[in-house]
Design a protein around this ligand. Sequence first.
Ligand SMILES: Cc1cc2nc3c(=O)[nH]c(=O)nc-3n(C[C@H](O)[C@H](O)[C@H](O)COP(=O)(O)OP(=O)(O)OC[C@H]3O[C@@H](n4cnc5c(N)ncnc54)[C@H](O)[C@@H]3O)c2cc1C
Length: 289
Amino acid sequence: MSLWKDYLHPQTVQEAVEALASAPAPAIPIAGGTDLMLDLQQGHHAPVHTLVDLAGIAEMRALEIRGEKLFIGAGVPHNRIVESLLVQEHAQSLVEACGLIGGPQVRNSATLGGNVAHALPAADGMIGLLALEAEAEVASPATRRRVPLLELFLGPGKSALKADEILVGFYLPLSQPHQASAFCRIMRAQGIALPILNLAAWLERAGEKIIAARISVGPAGPTPFRARQTEAYLAGKTFSAETLAGAQETLLAEAKFRTSPARATAEYRRELAVVLLKNALTTAWERAK
Ligand SMILES: Cc1cc2nc3c(=O)[nH]c(=O)nc-3n(C[C@H](O)[C@H](O)[C@H](O)COP(=O)(O)OP(=O)(O)OC[C@H]3O[C@@H](n4cnc5c(N)ncnc54)[C@H](O)[C@@H]3O)c2cc1C
């Protein structure tokens, strides 16, 4: 039995969103297909009539500096992100996150846009991106807009994108001197697809002081989580064992870890969160020298 009836190959973003708006419904985008095909095959996704394949859209595969930002097209696969000198220079946490996703075959076809659009709270690429204060470019038939990443999510697996909208790409601030980031995760040894816990940290330092920090954690709530209270705690403090301990305490107070039967208990996640926070902050601190 076929999993879809029509399969369209738009060549531009405009063609893609118009196809989503006008093709027989349900019509949904497909990028690498590594999430979507499994979901369709295993009955975790409602049946679709039309698949709109985004792979032929050159604009969505761009990876370049645009003005003061690094642009990464939503259709860029993880392996290109890992190999890109630009991403290595400006977005270390994203390189580390994408480098851990699946195996080489998955990373060759799975895209950053698909990782974000799937809207899971612990998607690795998403968490790596979130600490970098990226914005997403969203296209609909009538317009394009830029939105902060967190506005894309309504709940686990529920994106705020409308049926005729797609992610075109992501705009990241360029890294300045004494700014750096890092990503860590813990995965079950035999695990695939999602980690027990992941965490990304970005910071700016001046001498021994933390000027500003950004922390993202997954899963720590129904949507990808920014640890704003921990970030506020770290800002302006001297980097020290005492500061790290205070940050760990703050993170545990604000994050909501839950037990998931296939992966880990909430208690175990709390144990891991403090270790990942310390490791990611320490790595980012050293890199920002
Ligand atoms: C063996 C295996 C291992 C994996 N390991 C990991 C892992 O370690 N970490 C991890 O985070 N993930 C993992 N994944 C999940 C998956 O590979 C990633 O989430 C991947 O980035 C999804 O991208 P895709 O291009 O394949 O998306 P697709 O499967 O094509 O699409 C996923 C969803 O996003 C929508 N979509 C795709 N692109 C767009 C767009 N531009 N605009 C709007 N909507 C869009 C689709 O409609 C669909 O709902 C794994 C998957 C497999 C099969």
